[in-house]
Design a protein around this ligand. Sequence first.
Ligand SMILES: Cc1ncc(COP(=O)(O)O)c(C=O)c1O
Ligand SMILES: N[C@@H](CCOP(=O)(O)O)C(=O)O
Length: 463
Amino acid sequence: MKYMSTRGQVPPIGFTEAVLMGLADDGGLLVPEHIPQLDGAILKQWQNLSYPELAAEVFSLFTGDDIPREDLKQLAENSYATFRHEDVTPVRKLDDRRYVLELFHGPTFAFKDVALQFLGNLYSYISQKTNSIIHILGATSGDTGASAIEGVRGKAGIRICILHPHQRVSKVQELQMTTVDDENVLNLAVKGTFDDCQRIIKELFADVPFKQQYHLRAINSINIARVLAQTVYYFYAYFQLRKQGEEAPVSFSVPTGNFGDIFAGYLAKRMGLPVQRLILATNENNILARFVNEGVYEPGSFRETYSPSMDIQVASNFERYLFYLYGEDSRQTAEWMEQFKREGRIAVAGEKLDQVQRDFAAYSVGNEECLDAISAYHAQYAYLLDPHTACGAAAADKLAQDGEAAVVLSTAHPAKFNEAIERRGLPQTFPDPIQALFDKPQRQTVVDSTNEEVKKQLVSFFQ
Ligand SMILES: Cc1ncc(COP(=O)(O)O)c(C=O)c1O
Ligand SMILES: N[C@@H](CCOP(=O)(O)O)C(=O)O
């Protein structure tokens, strides 16, 4: 399997090179040269695999000859041994045709662990095999950062710098990142929003000489390995539903910000997983819901919400979807992205918009509506949702269709967002690993939201 850029200016490269390149050197995003097609027989073979076995199978379709299957199996075993649940990502049935896919049983209590435990180990593996220097640069609205740090802290040959928006992540998220005292970790708290952090790192990655000089690697979902790892739980969830006797067509409702998670679902569907609908749930930062419903992709005004990890205006994986929407036409994709940079707007209509609406249903969840969903699910099912998952649940309820089983992706443990939950006076206890964070000293450097400031920090940390 080879990888190419959505903007068409990178010669085909193998899996390892794609992981190391992260953002494509022409500023686009890397995608597989073709999407593997699975038939019913393969799905049948996969249905009884454990989570690590399934992850190794999925990855083996994308790694070409770069990683022997035995090594992939070992990587997956090691990565998912850190999860607190034997199923890794269990599905909870709430009632007839309503399910929650719990993705928060990893070390940092968020869905990011599923991909980042794997990617952390993959980076170690690649670094040992290829003698590559791994200097990770990432941006986070709270979860990716904590999870990426946890995936590589203390690992030989790896250093990591994470940018988060200063005082715009939850207290638990901040503590998870900034109480880590390993020398290979640097936290920069940027005076700005997540979009500022993401813009800065993308611009630094796009400066290819700088990226190469300092060996910068990505852990955000711009890295194709992140997306591939996230496809696995769509398959696993589907198989769990069937094993639980659910016979209805299966839809997934996905709390969405950077469009990585739902794009992984889109990829799983394109590979042949029988997915009825992909429901895209946003909070009030609803650029993606507006795109699906109206065909216009244009940032609105930034809103602080109860689901801060989805307070995102410019979604980094959107470009990958545009590429597929336009029949894998890299010239057209590059033009769209150029236009977006120039005019801050992309608009599609007619058959293309119809296609978007066949690919996704979308709903934007208001702040109070999010809290209402938390209260309602607690009252009805004695189940506590975190505010991001609550957006997914509210959208699934709003767009429910008869005869369909809806799986809401639960992207974080409620304890990470206790501030929102306490607004509804609901009981909340911290799991021990989170409680312990409150007594630890924090380390972070507050910086202005400029490329120069960040560059200065990186040069001294990664020298
Ligand atoms: C808890 C939580 N839910 C949902 C999302 C949105 O996922 P994505 O950015 O892949 O769309 C994020 C951030 O990515 C998150 O941290
Ligand atoms: N919500 C995310 C934002 C970054 O998304 P990613 O999937 O591209 O890493 C976060 O928690 O940081």
